[in-house]
Structure formats: structure tokens, C-alpha cells
Ligand binder design. Sequence first.
Ligand code: CO
Ligand code: CO
Ligand code: CO
Length: 305
Amino acid sequence: MVGLNTSDDAAVYRLNEHQALIQTVDFFTPMIDDPYLFGQIAAANALSDVYAMGGQPLLALNIVCFPDCLPPDVLAEILRGGADKVVEAGGIIAGGHTVRDDEPKYGLAVTGLVPPESIISNATARPGDRLILTKPLGTGIINNAIKADLLSTETVERAVLCMSALNKEASAAMQQHNASACTDITGFGLLGHAAELAEASQVSLEICFSDVPLLPEAMEMARMGIIPGGAYNNKEHLGDKVAFDKSLRPEEQMILFDPQTSGGLLIAVAEAMTDKLVAELTERDVQSAVIGRVLPAQNKLISVI
Ligand code: CO
Ligand code: CO
Ligand code: CO
């Protein structure tokens, strides 16, 4: 039902009238030193693509690369972090595979379920919809700044909490209030994933910079130039498909390209349903913000005002 052609978050295969299978895989290298927290973050990130499609995780398989030079209890902690997140998601770790590698890497292959009529694709946003973002931006910049030891403990804790949070509640809320389209914000940054949604839905988007939530200290770090290389790749990739209002400073533009680790959901929803969905997200302890709207297709895929 969903495959490669719309750059969606996961593949979806219809099993029968009532059930469709969701299939996705994600893994990456550690962005923080604590192996337990890294395991949590990597698992939350891998599970996120199932939530972005509106589904429920069922089974997960560990994918591990691990070097000989690290003690085995580091690996045990990574796996414990991942397993705890899968349990929180209501799924089961059913096995996995490990290979020896110079650099540790961890993630999951996840199988989920969704009723076929409840699939939320990235290709079905409609002009007039509002755009809601469910986590603040800046994890790429913050992870860079962590390595340089430039941040307060509170900022680091906030960022880790954000990255390890499941998109489970956000997904349940958008199902409840008939979201028209969704994608999760990960390596391509807000604008990269928003552009995929706009392209797949054949619409344009308007994003209001001052409404986009940011992690504490992220803007300050961006101003100092602590911007990951991936953000520049994302900017390059989109080229002139994005137009920025002249008032936006370079670091403000770059933060919208910042590659996110386990970012939030970007949800398109009918204007009339927006307040109800935001209230539902708040009730479920998800801090969300309305950051823009969907327009009929225009010359630019995205305008940032
Ligand atoms: Co995704
Ligand atoms: Co993914
Ligand atoms: Co094997």
C-alpha cells in the first residue's frame, strides 16, 4: 500500500480487510556516551517511523555493530535501553543480529500493525491544513555542542529526554483527531522532511519561524557556528525549493536544516480540528506547536516567514 515512490516513513502491506503490516528499519552510531540512554534513543528513533504512519509497534529485532575493544557490558546496557523502549511502546524484542565493527551502531527493524483505513501517509496533506510539530528542534546542534562540552546540565538532560521520548502519544492523538498527513523529523531536518511531505502531497507549505519550538541554547550554539555538517548537506539538497523571508538570519535558517535525532512528528490536520488536536496533545503531555499551514502548490515548495 505504501512503498518507495512517496519517500514515506515506512512500507505498508495489506494483510486483509482489517490489518496492514508496517515495516521499517533504522540504526546509527552513538551521539552520547551513556550506553543505556543511547539504546533508548536509537530505539525511540526506529519505532518513530511506525508512529508516523499511525500504527502500533508489534515486534522489533535488534541490529548491532560492536567492536572487540569495548567491554561487553556496554553492549548489554545499549540493549537494555532499547528493550525498555520497546516494552514502553507495547512491543516485543523478538531477536536480532550482531556483527563485529570498528564503530558501535545500534537500532531496530520494527514490524507494526495498522487498520488499512487508518494509515497516515506523508502524501495526503491538503491545502488549508495546519502544520503541528510535536518536539522542539536542535538535537543535531545540541549533540555537537555536547561533544565540545559547551552546555548546561539542564540543556543536556532536556535534549536527552526529548530524543528518548516515544512519538506514541503524539501518534495516538493524531489518529483520534483525523490528521490528514504525517512524517517524523529525523536526519533531513524539519525542512527536508517537510519538503518530502509537500512533494508527495503536491502542495506547498508556509512555516512561521517564530512559532517553531527550539531546544534551550540551540539558537545560541547555532550563532556560534556549532552546526553539524549534515545541516549544510540538507540545505544544499533542497537548494532553491525553499524561500526564506529576508528578515531571517543565517543561523535561524540553518536550525531548520539541523538533522534531528529521534525528532517529533510533523502533522497536517484540517484547520477546524487543529485546536482539538493541540488540546489532546497537551493532555497527553506532548508539547506541540502550530508552526504553519498547507497551501496549494506554488513556485516554492516551502516558504519560511
Ligand atoms: Co521517518
Ligand atoms: Co526512519
Ligand atoms: Co544471525
